[in-house]
Design a protein around this ligand. Structure first.
Ligand code: NOJ
Length: 553
């Protein structure tokens, strides 16, 4: 097993718009992140992933970039970014930038040129097609609802946008586009950034015959993991980040584990790791139509298969539950009421004890929960607005049903401002924030956690410290136990010097376990437990509601 800094690291994701506002305009910014470096340092994280901070008209909160080498006015200046990087580096914290390479903004200079005429030198930087039978070139559906094609009157053709119409897809078949992208990546590497998260990177190669997709797949069988995706990624890697000691994490929707392995098998030199999605789809099997009950054994099987495949084939993964696109995990797989703290800690334990690199999303370290909006007009997220519109047009659900699903699924859940203290606007800003605050900020905030001995924050600190102390957390081999248990996720990690035994109760009921026939362990030290009255070492016993135990032996 090759050792790498990013295998041992814990990454913290900052969504700058909602982290800390330094200039009183209700929008978080880079100087706000600078103000809060102490928080990151105190938590003990090794790297910060910043969501896009580049110049952007903000149709999709920065995922629509109009200049890859400039900073969005809302967020500050390039000097602010450089200062942030320096200050992070002084504390041995790496900086990971977000690269959005599948699409740009329609306000990017390249697209402004491209749309001018069919023979403009930038025309082929994007994907333009004639319509078919008076409609778009095919039936592909956008991630944000509606068709993926937008008709442009000026040249009477359609352009492809897998996301919003303000996010035209770049044409990776065009070598000039690829070279421009590599130049830009190298420009950032030379500046000193330590790695990248690559947005929807497995969508960059489209089937060039652009066939109609099937109804359930909406075309993604032709644009996800397309024919040249690995060729493109390898070319990019060779020409850019593989010449540095950089960490790369590819966001890859619609990958199964075998496809994902191709991206992360060390010998293939594509990415350090990917961001898989399958473990976050159990409660949304029916998409935007229903909130589904789910079964722990399915989650365990999925995690296990992925863990075994990676360790057998020399691959690595990110470990995450929350990010700016995912509703808060305590409100999904945990309990955001009575057992908020216990379940937040238990879920965190899973992320920090599997084999891979844990990612913490801002607020997860204090157990922040989903928000509940009262009205459909409160939603800001472009994806949610698109789905609300689709559901209203279908006319099969009442407004209340749509509101319930939207509240459960919306990305706004993750994007409400960070809770620093119990003052007005939770110490996030002096002005009214760009998005509603979660009303529980007086109960759930950093200041309160710092004062209390059994806080979620303190537990996270402890996990991170343990991870640094014992290499088995990063490198140990994974082995599942109690495979069919419906309440408990149990596994071991086997390292060179130590082993870990991890027991996680995913339910609000007491859960009985008996490992005495399977394991022979005489003595073990309980190094982590989310209850104040700590448990003894035992191979047979009961776990309390959402209890997590980690034993070292
Ligand atoms: C994935 C990003 O995480 C999400 O926020 C964004 O809307 C899409 N990619 C499009 O860039």
């Amino acid at each position: 097993m090759n050792k790498k800094w990013w295998k041992e690291a814990v990454v913290y994701q900052v969504y700058p718009r909602s982290f800390k506002d330094s200039n009183g305009d209700g929008i978080g910014d880079l100087r706000g992140v600078i103000e809060k470096i102490d928080h990151l340092d105190r938590l003990g994280v090794d790297a910060v992933w910043l969501n896009p901070v580049y110049q952007s008209p903000n149709d999709d909160n920065g995922y629509d970039i109009s200049d890859y080498r400039a900073i969005m006015d809302d967020f500050g200046t390039m000097d602010d970014l450089e200062e942030l990087m320096e200050l992070l580096h002084e504390r041995d914290i790496k900086l990971i930038m977000d690269l959005v390479l599948n699409h740009s903004s329609d306000e990017h200079q390249w697209f402004k040129e491209s749309r001018k005429s069919k023979d403009n030198p930038y025309r082929d930087y994007y994907i333009w097609k004639d319509g078919k039978n008076g409609g778009p070139p095919n039936n592909w559906k956008s991630f944000f609802g509606g068709s993926t094609w937008k008709y442009d009157e000026q040249t009477e053709q359609y352009y492809l946008h897998l996301f919003s119409p303000k996010q035209p897809d770049l044409n990776w078949e065009n070598q000039k586009v690829r070279e421009e992208i590599y130049d830009m990546i190298n420009w950032w590497l030379k500046k000193g950034v330590d790695g990248f998260r690559l947005d929807v990177i497995n969508l960059i190669s489209k089937d060039q015959s652009f066939p109609d997709g099937s109804d359930d797949l909406a075309g993604h069988e032709y644009f996800a993991n397309g024919p040249r995706v690995h060729e493109f990624v390898q070319e990019m890697a060779e020409n850019t980040y593989n010449n540095y000691d950089a960490m790369t994490v590819g966001e890859t929707p619609f990958v199964d584990k075998d496809e994902a392995l191709k991206f992360v098998k060390e010998e293939r030199q594509e990415f350090s790791m990917v961001i898989p999605f399958n473990h976050l789809e159990f409660d949304r099997k029916e998409g935007w139509n229903k909130i589904t009950d789910w079964d722990l054994t399915e989650l365990k099987t999925l995690m296990s298969e992925w863990q075994y495949l990676l360790q057998k084939n020399n691959g690595w993964t990110s470990l995450y539950f929350c990010n700016h696109d995912q509703p808060r995990i305590v409100s999904r797989y945990g309990d955001d009421g009575q057992y908020r703290k216990e379940s937040a800690k238990m879920l965190g334990t899973m992320l920090h004890t599997l084999r891979g690199t844990p990612f913490i999303y801002q607020g997860e370290e204090i157990g922040m929960t989903n928000i509940s909006f009262d009205s459909l007009s409160d939603f800001d997220d472009i994806e949610t607005r698109g789905y609300i519109k689709d559901l209203q047009e279908k006319g099969e659900m009442s407004e209340e049903e749509i509101l319930e699903i939207a509240n459960y699924r919306t990305r706004d859940n993750a994007r409400t401002p960070m809770h620093w203290d119990n003052s007005k606007y939770a110490g996030f800003s002096d002005a009214e924030p760009w998005l509603k605050m979660n009303s529980n900020y007086r109960e759930v905030n950093v200041q309160k956690d710092l004062k209390s001995a059994d806080s979620v924050f303190e537990y996270y600190q402890k996990m991170i410290t343990l991870r640094k102390k014992y290499p088995v957390f990063a490198y140990g081999k994974y082995d599942i136990l109690l495979e069919n248990d419906q309440q408990i996720y149990a596994y071991q990690r086997h390292g060179e010097e130590n082993n870990l035994l991890i027991l996680l109760n995913f339910s609000r009921d007491e859960a009985h376990f008996d490992l005495s026939a399977e394991l022979e362990i005489e003595e073990a030290e309980l190094i982590l437990n989310n209850y104040q009255k700590e448990a003894e070492f035992e191979l047979k016993g009961n776990l309390r509601a959402y209890e997590a135990r980690v034993y070292l032996y």
